[in-house]
Design a protein around this ligand. Structure first.
Ligand code: ATP
Ligand code: MG
Length: 561
């Protein structure tokens, strides 16, 4: 409750928080109640995260409460899989949700009664026109609609027909219940919108109890009222529906009066955030599933190793306003990369291995060198990494006819091996096809730890893995899913899919400590980026995902494209 000694916080300002502050201060509402109302017909994406952080965020800030409510009014498209996934995602986002789930379907009986109430008041009627005919009668933005012949039915006939709809006497789509408002309204949503339709599909919660279902437009505001929602926050596309919601609330004996406020949705470059398009990506196999790490879904980010704190940081930088805009995907990447740079342990992994034999290193000898776990955090300490005569380095770190500025390996050049020795390339071994398959090098035993006592400088420092100790792994690298900055604007968004969005590398060579990275932990592979273990991994087949590279991948994608 808002009392004078319970100060309303005023740290963050946007038009929604300002309105809430005003309503609490004036006593227009006693305490704040919001809700996040997903339809369980897909997984949550980063746009939903904006809505979740806003709804749960203001509830926490203003000492109120936020409901997670499933708007489960269309069993033809909804599924238990989605209900479960959405709950897991909201839990992971850690927004203070206490596990209490609400469903629009909990109120189907009450909604049905209210539909009969409207019929009784002469404010709703059963329509016989087909969907096609209704569209024709509806008119356009510039022309008024026409009244359907069904509009003049008596209350008794409407009640009888509606009860028979419920009893299952009619085929799917044969009839609907419509509100009787105004076919000439300038707002098409008020031209006798549909309130109930016949759908024979098993509902995840009510099974086959019902064969008629309320539309989202009918269920939404009334469910808000039943839950005592004070501030119903939604995206701008519902602005034109607000007069309908208000009409319904005014004409029904609802227990409370919710108010709706609309803010602009999140749009992001290089991705689509429409459930219809995301569903298509999954259904047509362009990605491996809703939680494919290339997807802009909450579960995709989680699988990719993105900490939920990075999502919160990103969302907190977005404005809550009515201005439509598009946020750079690079900004989200930045929010992911920045904290990892401070926290992630450094490790060595070679993605495209090239064997190096150090000819003057004693055969059979193994020593352990000390490698720093995190140069930005002394308390992270050091680890022992085995070093031996045969190691792997990155194929890219060798070049045959190297330009002067190539500070890595080339015949006759010297480099530093991270935490180990200086080595010099003395010979290049090729196969019959002329491919480089191995390098021969010598090492300088005086340079252990990475410094030369004679002050000799080398410019390049390479990561490496001892061949006999290496853990073989699969590594998956992700690039933007779309080459186009605005894939939603393409005639067919599938035509701008990035053919190189996933690179799967097998036979990668990792330092031994990488065999026990915990689920959910993100480590830095030196010089390559941040990586986590994928759920596909098993003891004999480690699989790592690249969470994010060390540099902006979108700039690179654009330069290529
Ligand atoms: P569609 O993609 O077909 O428009 P939807 O994503 O809106 O569907 P819902 O389950 O209705 O699906 O969304 C739940 C809530 O999330 C709604 O209140 C909606 O306003 C909000 N929401 C959806 N997309 C975004 C977005 N991109 N930015 C902010 N909020 C969003
Ligand atoms: Mg929606």
């Amino acid at each position: 409750m808002n009392t004078e000694d319970n100060a309303v916080p005023d740290a963050v300002h946007d038009f929604i928080r300002d309105k809430i502050r005003e309503d609490l201060t004036n006593g227009t509402v006693g305490s704040l109640v919001t809700r996040f109302p997903p339809e369980p017909n897909g997984y949550l994406h980063i746009g939903h995260a904006k809505s979740i952080c806003l709804n749960f965020g203001v509830a926490r800030e203003f000492g109120g409460h936020c409901n997670l409510r499933f708007d489960d009014t269309n069993p033809a498209k909804e599924d238990q899989e989605f209900i479960d996934a959405i709950q897991a995602d909201v839990k992971w986002l850690d927004v203070g949700w206490d596990g209490d789930v609400k469903y629009a379907s909990d109120n189907f009986e009450q909604l049905y009664e209210w539909a009969e109430h409207l019929i009784g008041e002469g404010l709703a009627y059963v329509e016989d026109l087909s969907a096609e005919e209704m569209r024709e009668y509806r008119g356009t933005l510039t022309e008024p609609g026409r009244e359907s012949p069904s509009r003049s039915r008596s209350v008794e006939e409407n009640l009888d027909l509606f009860r028979r709809m419920r009893a299952g006497e009619f085929e799917d789509g044969a009839r609907v219940l419509r509100a009787k408002i105004d076919m000439a309204s300038g707002n098409i949503n008020l031209r006798d919108p549909v309130l109930y339709r016949i759908i024979r599909a098993p509902h995840p919660r009510t099974g086959d109890t019902w064969c008629i279902y309320p539309t989202y437009d009918f269920a939404h505001g009334q469910t808000d009222a039943m839950e005592g929602i004070t501030h119903s926050l939604c995206t701008l596309e519902f602005e034109d529906h607000r007069p309908l919601y208000d009409w319904l609330i005014e004409n029904l004996p609802v227990p409370a009066r919710p108010r709706q406020y609309e803010f602009s949705r999140l749009n992001m470059t290089h991705t689509v955030l429409s459930k219809r398009l995301l569903t298509q990506l999954v259904a047509e196999g362009h990605v491996a599933g809703w939680d494919d790490p290339r997807m802009p879904t909450v579960s995709g980010f989680r699988r990719r190793g993105v900490p939920s704190s990075a999502i919160h940081d990103f969302i907190s930088r977005l404005s809550i306003s009515k201005n439509e805009g598009t946020v750079e995907a690079a900004m989200l990447e930045h929010c992911i990369r920045d904290p990892l740079n401070d926290s992630a342990l450094r490790r060595m992994g070679v993605l495209r291995p090239l064997k190096v034999v150090i000819e003057n290193y004693p055969e059979g000898q193994v020593e352990e060198v000390d490698a720093v776990n995190n140069p930005r955090d002394e308390t992270a300490g050091i680890r022992k990494v085995p070093f031996s005569r045969e190691i792997y380095v990155e194929r890219d770190d060798f070049m045959e006819d190297a330009p002067k500025k190539f500070f890595r390996l080339s015949l006759g050049r010297e480099v530093r091996l991270r935490a180990a020795y200086f080595i010099t390339c003395t010979d290049v071994i090729k196969d019959a096809a002329g491919e480089v398959i191995e390098l021969r090098c010598t090492y300088d035993p005086e340079t252990r730890g990475g410094d030369s006592p004679d002050g000799r400088k080398v410019k390049g420092t390479l990561h490496w893995v001892s061949a006999q100790h290496a853990v073989d792994a699969e590594v998956r690298l992700y690039n933007p899913l779309f080459v186009d900055e605005n894939p939603g604007a393409a005639e067919d968004f599938r035509s701008v899919l990035n053919p190189e969005s996933l690179e799967t590398l097998s036979g990668c060579k990792l330092e031994p400590s990488l065999s026990d990275v915990a689920a959910g932990e993100v480590v830095q592979f030196e010089r390559l980026g941040y990586f986590c273990v994928d759920p596909d991994a098993s003891a004999d087949n480690p699989v790592f995902n690249r969470t994010v590279g060390l540099r902006d991948s979108f700039a690179r994608a654009m330069a290529k494209g």
